[in-house]
Design a protein around this ligand. Structure first.
Ligand code: 6AU
Length: 261
């Protein structure tokens, strides 16, 4: 099972999406399984945060639609810092509509997500055509995460819904790199999906609006997931660089202990 395999080993397993292989190698090289969620409201804050935490992360997650002045300057700045600091960019748009509409949301409008995001995510409640539609509109350097479980209290993504996400992912291993979930969903021999887990903060249990937090040790060590996604825990700190390093070190240690290296 993948929980006892290193990121490096998993990078070259068969049926691993090209973006997943690249990300697994990058994680191993930089020794970081931390994704910072940059939920800030201006281009200036976004680019500053990317510079500050860039060395400690494998991925930066954006919500482009909450950036007041999102535009070409945001895109160029983000691409430049990502190339310089070696991290991938994940746009957390959570597509959830009919195929024809998600293709437009992905490629057009003011955000032009297809031009700059390496990773995107989608809900499968509209049915599996959402995967086909996004894959048709994508290019080789884009990969999809399916939202299989959420971190928020009382969410409905459990049981057979979550299982169905895994079934659909297995049908599209070239395009679907993994899941947003609270535990690893690699249950069958041959599964090598990457699980990314939000709802991580040290020293907090929730935010009063449904968010529920776990520690890096719980998520990586016990639940066997691959990447922690941390928003307010990092960008809400005075010293964001130091805070990102703290999360990186704890999540990396939890991984090393799990794989026994
Ligand atoms: O660390 P936080 O609570 O400040 O931010 C968590 C980030 C937010 C959410 O939109 C996102 O993670 N998120 C997601 C994602 C990544 O898809 C799913 C989920 O179940 N919970 C969650 O918080 O940007």
């Amino acid at each position: 099972p993948t929980v006892t395999q290193s990121y490096q080993e998993r990078a070259s397993l068969p049926k691993t999406s090209p973006v997943a292989s690249y990300l697994l190698r990058l994680i191993a090289a930089k020794q970081t399984n931390l994704c910072v969620s940059a939920d800030v409201s201006t281009t200036k804050e976004l680019l500053q945060l990317a510079e500050e935490v860039g060395d400690s992360i494998c991925m930066l997650k954006t919500h482009a639609d909450i950036i007041n002045d999102f535009g070409p300057r945001t895109i160029e700045g983000l691409k430049e810092i990502a190339a310089k600091k070696h991290f991938l960019v994940f746009e957390d748009r959570k597509f959830g509509d009919i195929g024809s509409t998600v293709q437009k949301q992905f490629t057009a409008g003011p955000l032009q997500i297809v031009r700059w995001a390496n990773i995107i995510n989608a809900h499968i409640f509209p049915g599996p055509a959402i995967i086909t539609a996004l894959s048709q509109a994508a290019h080789d350097a884009v990969s999809l995460l399916i939202l299989a479980e959420m971190s928020s209290a009382g969410n409905l993504m459990t049981g057979s819904y979550t299982e169905q996400c895994v079934v659909e992912a297995r049908k599209n291993p070239e395009f679907v790199m993994g899941f947003i979930a609270q535990r690893t969903l690699n249950e069958k021999p041959g599964d090598n999906f990457i699980t990314m887990t939000p709802g991580v903060q040290i020293g907090a249990t929730g935010d009063g609006l449904g968010q529920q937090y776990n520690t890096p040790e719980k998520v990586i060590g016990e639940a066997g997931t691959d990447i922690i996604i941390v928003g307010r825990g990092v960008y809400g700190a005075q010293d964001k660089r130091a805070k990102a390093e703290e999360y990186r070190v704890r999540a990396w240690k939890a991984y090393e202990e799990r794989v026994g290296s």
